[in-house]
Design a protein around this ligand. Structure first.
Ligand code: GAL
Length: 409
């Protein structure tokens, strides 16, 4: 294994303690940030979690949707695919809106993940989903680990995307609800069998969503394996801070603290180079409207039909760091993403065609939302110079991302 990868792996081993400390620190700083930006003070309303049926899968499994609420922010998550179905947060006048794209019913999520995909539509959108075993693309549906080459089904042109067809985003996860004095959590677990979609090793994965009194959703991922394998988990929420189905996000402002990104070939597989954003439309180091440069004929934007790129976060490593900030100047809603992951994929809904009917009964078109998929870099199993995504028995995977909401005047 490459030296850099080995160093990375060693840092992962100490992560659980570090993560707990960082999450605690972040909860404090999240409240402080929200107050600085004009959001309501952390308040004393009860933090609650409740659930109700969300239908039955075509395979006959009952599914529930869980509502986490602190009186100022309400998150709905289903154990189908670990999907965040909605996030309701206030604007600067206290008016609530759902700031994520989704489907109103279970059937919408199931119908959107059929394989093979019918041509001409928006494709699998992964609205709000927990994505695994390997988020983002693996080139040519193959990778070699410890001398063995593994072949995966190709569900994105010549490549494997988001764990392959019918992956973790459309499985029924086992839920556990917990309540503490400071917040509520929904833990979802899944056992992915050895050989699922071609990946080696039985993986036991868990994703835990926590809401406390501050308007911040913490997502913690944990996974173990019984054989060496690869892992890259993320959440695939599409944000629109003006509200789901309110139109384009192109006037919303974004900042990503990344000096570099991983350019791709025309099948969206990284070339292996890590290059500066300076002087390109991918420079989000200072706030700019997402749409300011999106129509530039810059080849990377042309081939992806907009932004669909992995940014190498400054200060990469496994410590918690800022991944992005976004502001909707009209409603005043703000979003800050923090992560222990080394990268974030910004995707501006380039492939939404307008035929999918979303949560509130309206269709979604191109630029209806943006994702901030905190992750390891795409195709890392085939790029030894990228931080390692190898998961070995005895060394659990731990990863944390926080989405913190506020308002600005
Ligand atoms: C993103 C990916 C896009 C598109 C989308 C789902 O994560 O980067 O290219 O496939 O998922 O439609």
């Amino acid at each position: 294994m490459h030296t850099a990868s080995r160093g990375h792996r060693t840092r992962r081993r100490v992560l659980p303690v570090a993560v707990l400390a960082l999450v605690a620190a972040l909860a404090v700083s999240a409240g402080a940030t929200a107050r600085r930006s004009g959001a309501p003070r952390a308040h004393t309303a009860a933090v609650t979690i409740s659930s109700r049926p969300f239908g039955t899968t075509t395979g006959g499994k009952p599914v529930r949707v869980y509502t986490l609420s602190n009186g100022h922010m309400r998150v709905r998550i289903t154990n189908f695919g670990g999907v965040i179905q909605s996030i309701d947060v206030p604007d600067r006048r206290g008016r609530m809106a759902d700031v994520t794209l989704g489907f109103p019913k279970l059937g919408g999520y199931e119908a959107n993940d059929v394989y093979p995909q019918p041509s001409g539509g928006s494709g699998s959108t992964y609205f709000g989903a927990t994505v695994g075993r390997y988020a983002n693309r693996i080139a040519n549906g193959a990778f070699t680990l410890n001398g063995t080459t593994y072949h995966l089904p190709k569900n994105n042109g010549p490549n494997t995307l988001h764990g392959g067809p019918n992956s973790w985003n459309s499985e029924v996860w086992a839920p556990t609800v917990s309540r503490t004095a400071s917040g509520v959590s929904l833990a979802l677990t899944l056992t992915s069998p050895d050989g699922q979609n071609g990946f080696p090793g039985t993986v036991v994965a868990a994703v835990t969503f926590t809401l406390g009194r501050a308007n911040a959703l913490t997502i913690h991922y944990h996974a173990t394996t019984d054989k060496p394998t690869v892992i890259n988990m993320t959440n695939h929420s599409y944000f629109n801070l003006a509200g789901e189905a309110s139109g384009s996000i192109l006037n919303q402002r974004l900042m990503i603290p990344a000096n570099r990104y991983t350019p791709t070939d025309n099948t969206q597989i990284p070339t292996g180079k890590i290059v500066p954003v300076a002087g390109t439309p991918l420079d989000f180091r200072h706030f700019k409207a997402i749409g300011r440069d999106i129509t530039s004929p810059f080849p990377q934007l042309v081939l992806a039909h907009g932004y669909d790129h992995n940014f190498v976060l400054n200060g990469s490593g496994t410590g918690m760091k800022l991944a992005a900030r976004a502001i909707d100047p009209v409603s005043g809603r703000t979003l800050a993403a923090f992560t222990t992951e080394p990268g974030v994929q910004l995707y501006t809904s380039n492939f939404l065609q307008g035929e999918l009917v979303g949560t509130s009964g309206k269709t979604y078109r191109q630029s209806a939302g943006f994702t901030l998929e905190t992750q390891h870099y795409p195709d890392s199993p085939n790029e030894p110079s990228f931080p390692s995504t190898t998961l070995n028995p005895g060394t659990p995977f731990n990863s944390t991302t926080v989405f913190e909401f506020g308002v600005t005047r």
